[in-house]
Write a protein that binds this ligand. Structure first.
Ligand SMILES: NC(=O)c1ccc[n+]([C@@H]2O[C@H](COP(=O)([O-])OP(=O)(O)OC[C@H]3O[C@@H](n4cnc5c(N)ncnc54)[C@H](OP(=O)(O)O)[C@@H]3O)[C@@H](O)[C@H]2O)c1
Length: 307
């Protein structure tokens, strides 16, 4: 194994794998039935960490609207008591906006989990013409959440943004959000999207809706198997279960700790969002990111209403 990879695994594996979860004693600290009478919305809930969050919240008393695009996986979620499935393609801004309208028409949300996301190594575009991981990791979250806030559906609610330790690779950056095909780096795009989620959490908290950004650890999911085959090959045997990856989301919703600006929540504690000095100086003000997101939502909304 090359030494760079060895250093990387040596640095992060002790805490990011199932070993970290167990050594921190988390299996011995149950969360309890904390979500009676609550309504949750979980995106990307047909598999992986999102499914584990949806099942964990429903088991603890919540009604969970579980969003995905795969009909068989949605049908299997419908059979779980407390879970209701919603079919939307979250790669599309138009679907995120329609989802917000649909959910707001049902009532108020206690918890929104912006979980859906992926890392791609090849450049692709979304059906609306945006770089596809920018669309799913950030633009869709922004469209859904801003519309839910505008509609009053998150009054008294809270937001959990599913980020990743992958954000250590980038400072807050505008140029990396939506890269050109010629210079595309999926790893750096993913890092920039996840870094920008921290700024969104601070923004939404300032607007009155407490928002947390979290890292789930390294979790054995289809997403990891397809995007990070090396990680899966070397450490597959010690990756976290879906339930272990979901744990911090459930804990945050149960405890509602005070928001910590810029914190990356992991294993039930606020942690530094920087592992390397190069990510500490932002390349842009957060407002530049918010302006791009708002302009892209408006662009997508205008072209879908013209179609
Ligand atoms: N797993 C990890 O170790 C890890 C580590 C750090 C952060 N994360 C973050 O955790 C989140 C979940 O990761 P995961 O590993 O659980 O991913 P995953 O295994 O790929 O699961 C994501 C789920 O979202 C669904 N989905 C994907 N695209 C969608 C779309 N356009 N519309 C609706 N649903 C869609 C997928 O189903 P279909 O594709 O079948 O529709 C799948 O069920 C992501 O934000 C990821 O960045 C994961």
């Amino acid at each position: 194994m090359p030494s760079k990879l060895l250093n990387f695994y040596g640095r992060f594996a002790p805490s990011f794998t199932a070993a970290g979860f167990i050594l921190r004693g988390l299996p011995l600290q149950p969360i309890g039935r904390a979500f009676e009478k609550q309504t949750w919305l979980v995106t990307g809930a047909t598999g992986g960490i999102g499914r584990a969050i949806a099942l964990g919240a429903a088991r603890r008393g919540a009604i969970v609207y579980a969003v995905g695009r795969n009909p068989e996986a949605l049908a299997s979620l419908e059979r779980v008591p407390g879970v209701k499935s919603l079919k939307y393609d979250l790669d599309r801004v138009a679907d995120n906006l329609a989802l917000a309208e649909h959910v707001a028409s049902i009532g108020r949300l206690d918890v929104l989990v912006n979980n859906v996301g992926r890392l791609e190594h090849a450049y692709k575009t979304s059906p609306e013409g945006f770089e596809s991981t920018y669309a799913i990791n950030l633009l869709g979250h922004f469209a859904l959440t801003e519309r839910l806030i505008e509609l009053g559906a998150l009054r008294d609610g809270l937001i959990i943004n599913m980020a990743s330790g992958g954000l250590y690779n980038s400072a807050l950056s505008l140029r990396r959000l939506e890269q050109s095909p010629a210079k595309y780096s999926g790893v750096m795009a993913y890092a920039a999207h996840k870094r920008a989620q921290l700024a969104l959490s601070d923004k939404w908290t300032e607007q009155g809706v407490p928002a947390y950004t979290m890292h789930p650890g390294w979790v054995a999911t289809d997403g990891v198997r397809s995007s990070l085959p090396d990680l899966n090959r070397h450490l597959g045997w010690v990756l976290r279960s879906g339930a272990q990856g979901a744990d911090t989301a459930l804990w945050l919703a149960a405890r509602r700790p005070a928001h910590r600006p810029g914190a990356l929540w992991f294993d039930r504690a606020p942690r530094s969002a920087h592992a390397y000095p190069h990510s500490e100086a932002p390349e842009v003000e957060p407002e530049a990111i918010f302006a791009k997101l708002a302009a892209d939502v408006a662009k997508a909304a205008a072209s879908s209403s013209a179609a």
